[in-house]
Design a protein around this ligand. Structure first.
Ligand SMILES: CC(C)(COP(=O)(O)OP(=O)(O)OC[C@H]1O[C@@H](n2cnc3c(N)ncnc32)[C@H](O)[C@@H]1OP(=O)(O)O)[C@@H](O)C(=O)NCCC(=O)NCCS
Length: 165
């Protein structure tokens, strides 16, 4: 089935919540990534991507947030695809498109918590030890980032926090 990727719009909020709860199940809000979002990260609707199926239903989401760790940087997540449409390339297409939007916006880099094996083809690598932390425990092997322009991540350092402006 063909999918269309578009930016997030307010009218899709309920449909996105349904996909997130079907994909993650209970325990979604216990993740440390949620603490970053609760701490005042700013949702970037224009950089977030949602996937619509042939019927125009939301079947996937890859949200992008504006945060800071010494320098402004983007935080990616949650990424989710409805279980009925997984393994068809939608998840990776959402990541690729959202990261491209971040790059086109002039951003410095994108940080996320996730499986390196899945995100590596989109350019993500493990954050060097001690460079970035979250307001809670994170497996360092799952803390990943990608640079969006040369030197973009050079000054990124410290805990991911709400952006100053
Ligand atoms: C992760 C997720 C978004 C991938 O969406 P998708 O549309 O199935 O992704 P794609 O079709 O582009 O790629 C699928 C491949 O990604 C890889 N993959 C999927 N989840 C993975 C994970 N947690 N770790 C490592 N690799 C993974 C597998 O190789 C998979 O191939 P397979 O289906 O043949 O086993 C989807 O499985 C999902 O919503 N999972 C539940 C929520 C979640 O874990 N989100 C990610 C948080 S970082």
């Amino acid at each position: 089935m063909s999918h269309t990727l578009i930016a997030e719009k307010p009218e899709y909020a309920d449909a996105i919540e349904r996909v997130l709860s079907r994909a993650f199940g209970p325990g979604r809000y216990a993740k440390t990534s949620e603490r970053v979002r609760e701490a005042g990260a700013v949702l970037e609707h224009a950089l977030t991507r949602i996937a619509l199926n042939g019927e125009g239903e939301v079947v996937g989401v890859c949200r992008i947030w504006r945060v800071e760790a010494g320098e402004p940087v983007f935080f990616l997540g949650p990424l989710a695809v409805d279980p009925s449409e997984q393994s068809a390339g939608v998840g990776f297409a959402l990541v690729r498109d959202a990261v491209a939007a971040c790059r086109a916006s002039g951003g410095a880099g994108v940080v996320l918590v996730g499986a390196e094996r899945f995100f590596r083809p989109a350019g993500f690598t493990v954050v060097p030890a001690g460079r970035v932390s979250l307001p809670g425990p994170v497996d360092p092997a799952r803390l990943l980032w990608v640079e969006l322009r040369p030197g973009g991540l050079d000054k990124v350092h410290g805990e991911l926090r709400a952006p100053k402006r």
